[in-house]
Design a protein around this ligand. Structure first.
Ligand SMILES: [Zn+2]
Length: 206
């Protein structure tokens, strides 16, 4: 059945280390918790444009935040049943993205949530540059929207979407925030974080 470009789906996609696996969602949903909060993925309507974009999605996730365990499914819910476009368990490196909307919207959500994953490890000087940029941003008179964490994620989401849709001049602009955003988008910062993580693992295993 197809409805407004969407079809009923029980598929849970998982992208980890560049490879994609597809499984069937249990009736009670797939539940992930990190000790502080949990996220549930349930069956629902999946947009027909998402499945063909999974290759790009895997490529971007693996480049921007190589350690991330990414799940995509039709309904992403908080523990109180609130519907989310996406979610990031930063300390676990686990990211969720909704498959209900167009693939282009799923990509925006992906950029936003991957930024949260990277932001957890961002060096203070880089974070200060982004904070100075978002301090110039709009005042939404909303605690959630005004939170610098969310402002930084939205800035990266807009920047990355602009580049991904073919825009170029931003990537060449000589401003401190574009320099940081570009290092995240290109995967340079993600690779540094990933290598540091592997260094810690080697020490722990020794
Ligand atoms: Zn966010």
């Amino acid at each position: 059945m197809e409805k407004h470009g969407r079809r009923v789906s029980r598929r849970l996609y998982r992208i980890k280390g560049g490879s994609l696996t597809v499984s069937e969602l249990p009736v009670e949903g797939f539940k992930f918790g990190d000790g502080r909060a949990f996220t549930v993925v349930k069956s629902g309507l999946e947009h027909v444009t998402v499945a063909p974009a999974l290759g790009y999605i895997a490529e971007l996730a693996t480049r921007i935040a190589p350690w991330v365990d990414l799940y995509l499914g039709p309904r992403i819910l908080s523990e109180t049943g609130e519907r989310w476009g996406g979610h990031c368990h930063q300390n676990q490196g686990v990211v969720f993205v909704n498959t209900r909307a167009y693939a282009s919207t799923a990509l925006e959500t992906l950029f936003h949530e991957l930024f949260h994953a990277v932001d957890w490890y961002l060096q203070p000087p880089d974070r200060r540059v982004l904070d100075a940029a978002v301090a110039r941003g709009a005042d939404y008179e909303s605690e959630y929207l005004s939170d610098p964490v969310e402002r930084r994620a939205r800035l990266f989401e807009k920047f990355a979407s602009y580049i991904y849709e073919g825009g170029r001049c931003l990537a060449c602009a000589d401003t401190p925030e574009v320099e940081v955003l570009w290092r995240i988008y290109s995967g340079k910062i993600g690779q540094e974080i990933f290598e540091a993580m592997q260094g810690f693992e080697d020490i722990a295993a020794a």
